[in-house]
Design a protein around this ligand. Structure first.
Ligand code: 13P
Length: 252
């Protein structure tokens, strides 16, 4: 279902102690919000997020998972383990996973299917590099990523997913996409879903923008109708996250 959403991707930051100190200040600021708030944390920090957000409506997400139920996969985390820990969402296909861990659309597709099997909400990421954008192929690239990630996902499950357009060149740089670029990327995701599943399904999907979202640009991004919210990296590591949630609330 389409929801106004602000999600945190803590990446490889926030051990238990730093998570505790941030959450103690952050939770009172955002807990009564109508905005869907998801905190995606490193595995070892997940129990802390689950415990401290209990009773608040704030959801806990993981940043990755493996596509098998269990077995001899040293160092991996299964969807069942995430469920058992109280996780409801999982980021899949982040560009950092694609770049540093060679994740392909095919692998991400398997992870999405497995997450859905366990009733975990996949937060599927896509987005082009500067080179691809420079070649004028950004839209085609996003389209293909979404199509390949969604192979075999039944219509009724697509609306359960959250999608995030994260142009690689806008991540961690402090220079986000322009309104037009962010809108274009998110619209391309919706266009692809519409082509595969129809307009109604596409209209019901939550689509976020990620890439240097912060208190100073959140207003202009959230004002775009095609964008339902943001997936924040750097700004999620401080109380800036609460400011961005407030911006999402104000724009409605
Ligand atoms: P930044 O907000 O640091 O650009 O990171 C965005 C991101 O990668 C969210 O998944």
């Amino acid at each position: 279902m389409r929801k106004k959403t602000v999600a945190a991707n803590w990446k490889m930051n926030m051990g238990v102690k730093s998570a505790q100190s941030l959450l103690r200040e952050l939770i009172p600021l955002v807990k009564d919000s109508f905005v869907e708030i998801i905190i995606c944390a490193p595995y070892l920090t997940i129990p802390t997020v689950v415990e401290l957000t209990k009773g608040t409506g704030i959801k806990t997400g993981a940043e990755n998972m493996y596509f098998h139920d269990k077995g001899a996969y040293t160092g991996e985390i299964s969807p069942g383990m995430l469920k058992e820990a109280g996780v409801s969402h999982v980021i899949l296909g982040h560009s950092e996973r694609r770049k540093y861990f060679d994740e392909t659309n095919e692998i991400i597709n398997k992870k999405i299917l497995k997450a859905l099997e366990y009733d975990l909400v996949p937060m599927a990421c896509c987005g082009e590099s500067l080179e691809i954008r420079g070649d004028g192929l950004a839209k085609q690239y996003i389209h293909r990523q979404v199509m390949e990630m969604l192979q075999g996902v039944p219509k009724e499950d697509v609306e359960k997913c959250i999608f995030s357009y994260e142009p690689i060149w806008a991540i961690g740089t402090g220079i986000g996409a322009t309104k037009e670029q962010a809108e274009e990327g998110c619209m391309e995701i919706r266009r692809c879903i519409a082509g595969m599943y129809g307009d109604e399904t596409a209209d019901n999907c939550t689509i976020l923008y990620g890439g240097s979202v912060n208190p100073s640009n959140a207003d202009s991004i959230f004002a775009i109708k095609a964008i339902d919210g943001g997936l924040l990296g750097t700004a999620s590591l401080s109380l800036d996250f609460a400011t961005v949630v407030k911006k999402r609330e104000q724009i409605g």
